[in-house]
Design a protein around this ligand. Structure first.
Ligand SMILES: *Cc1c(COP(=O)(O)O)cnc(C)c1O
Length: 447
């Protein structure tokens, strides 16, 4: 079945942002929805395709956020839409642990194939990134019969009780939501821009400090898992220095610790490789995936070594909706798009455009302290001129300016001073350059 979801890939403003229709509906939003829900841009979206979001006033906005790194294959991707329509008419839901269906199995077969490493692998499908992380930790504890989980500064792993505990940042994620799960130990992350020590020995210094802390404060034999984002997402797109992930993974292996890569944000072609760990050839024991997996439908997965994934008794894992058939059909469409539309190459190309443009901006505007990231996962950290003091006010001003001109960008960072770029990997060069032109105007307007 084919449906026309197309939308001209062009920025177009017909009213101020927000327009009058959005203002009306946003009043109902305030009245009807929990105040605990944030909002990045105050418009109400009616349609979307690839990298354009069209609001109910007819404004066409360039999407540089992909719904937080989800619609990598583009919004309303043709392959995703066609398979979803077909699937929803065939089976809406049976619950995989009640009566299985083939699409769930097919998604797992593909994930077992495309995730790093050629060892035997098995997979489990769930609904959200947080649920994937929770399940990875459950399985690692069950497998090792050990309690402790090692996590890092600046980490984000979700909003459920366990994943809040695994997450580093208090406001907004944890404030007032405790008590939190125990047996979680936080280690320093080699944040190169803010590292106090010697830049040339950052990898070995960080690894030494972490392994010493593990030995002295936990005991390596008590550690079930080391859980890390291969490129830190919400924490501000922190790229670990070369050798850090391989060193950590080797340490885990030597000590019988399950090494879990949380690729919920960095996965699925985003960084120019299918997974961010591919960059240094790191092979995690388990990998958690979500966001980019199904082109926008709610699906998440854990893939791991078969002997680890199989250690749990039947019935120990599962959930009512996990791996819903419609979400699996969407994933099959998205996975086909990753395989056939050259999206890792597109991510590298987008990364090069972003990098060039952001580096140029940084040389003109000293408020940009650092440009960093990999592939189509790039960020800028804003500081006060002549220092590294975080500058969240400048971030807000730039974001607001871009919004008013029809460009949606997202923020990040422990210090709320990072602008991150996560465009759909199908964004055209013209649209990306148009958005970057608006970004430049935004910096010019700060003066
Ligand atoms: C978004 C995110 C999560 C949580 O995913 P949800 O689907 O929002 O539960 C976990 N880990 C990382 C690295 C993320 O970016």
């Amino acid at each position: 079945m084919t449906v026309d979801t197309s939308l001209v890939q062009e920025r177009r403003l017909v009213t101020p942002i927000p327009g009058p229709k959005s203002v009306e509906v946003l009043k109902r939003r305030s009245a009807a929805t929990s105040a605990g829900l944030g909002m990045a841009i105050p418009v109400v979206i009616e349609r979307a395709h690839d990298a354009i979001l069209q609001d109910i006033d007819g404004n066409c906005i360039i999407d540089l956020g992909s719904g937080i790194g989800v619609t990598n294959v583009g919004n309303t991707n043709d392959r995703v839409v066609a398979r979803v329509i077909e699937q929803v008419q065939a089976i809406t839901h049976t619950c995989f642990t009640v009566a299985p269906y083939e699409s769930y199995i097919e998604v797992c077969e593909i994930l077992n194939e495309i995730t790093p490493g050629d060892h035997p692998k098995k997979s489990l499908l769930v609904n959200s990134g947080a649920e994937a992380v929770e399940n990875a930790v459950k399985v690692a504890r069950h497998y090792t019969k050990r309690p402790a989980v090692v996590v890092f500064e600046h980490a984000y792993h979700g909003r459920t009780n366990l994943t809040m505990a695994l997450t580093a940042k208090n406001i907004p994620y944890k404030e007032g939501f405790g008590p939190f799960a125990n047996e979680i130990y936080r280690m320093p992350f080699p944040y190169s821009y803010r590292w106090m020590g010697n830049a040339s020995t950052i990898t070995e210094d960080a690894l030494n400090e972490i392994t010493l802390k593990i030995e002295k404060e936990i005991g390596a034999h008590n550690v079930a898992a080391i859980l890390i984002e291969p490129i830190v997402g919400e924490g501000g797109f922190l790229v670990p220095p070369a050798g850090f992930l391989p060193g950590l993974s080797d340490y885990a292996k030597e000590n019988g610790i399950v090494f879990i890569a949380d690729e919920v944000q960095s996965g699925f072609a985003r960084t120019g490789d299918m997974f961010a760990v591919d960059h240094e050839g790191v092979v995690p024991d388990m990998i958690t995936m979500a966001k980019g997996i199904a082109g926008g439908l709610p699906l998440a997965a854990v893939t791991g070594r078969a002997e680890i994934m199989d250690c749990v008794h039947a019935g120990g894992l599962g959930g009512t909706y996990g791996g819903n058939p419609v979400a699996c059909a969407a994933a099959l469409g998205a996975l086909e798009s990753y395989a056939q539309d050259n999206l890792t190459a597109r991510a590298q190309h987008i990364g090069a455009i972003l990098r060039e443009s952001l580096t140029m901006l940084a040389s003109t505007y000293p408020v940009i302290g650092e440009v960093r990231g990999r592939g189509a996962m790039q960020a800028i950290e804003l500081v006060r001129e002549g220092s590294k003091e975080p500058n969240p006010e400048a971030v807000n001003a730039v974001v607001k300016y871009c919004q008013s001109k029809g460009v949606l960008i997202l923020t990040a960072g422990t210090y709320n001073n990072v602008i991150r770029f996560l465009p759909p990997l199908v964004i055209t060069d013209e649209l990306l350059r148009d958005a970057l032109g608006v970004l430049e105007e935004a910096f010019a307007s700060l003066r």
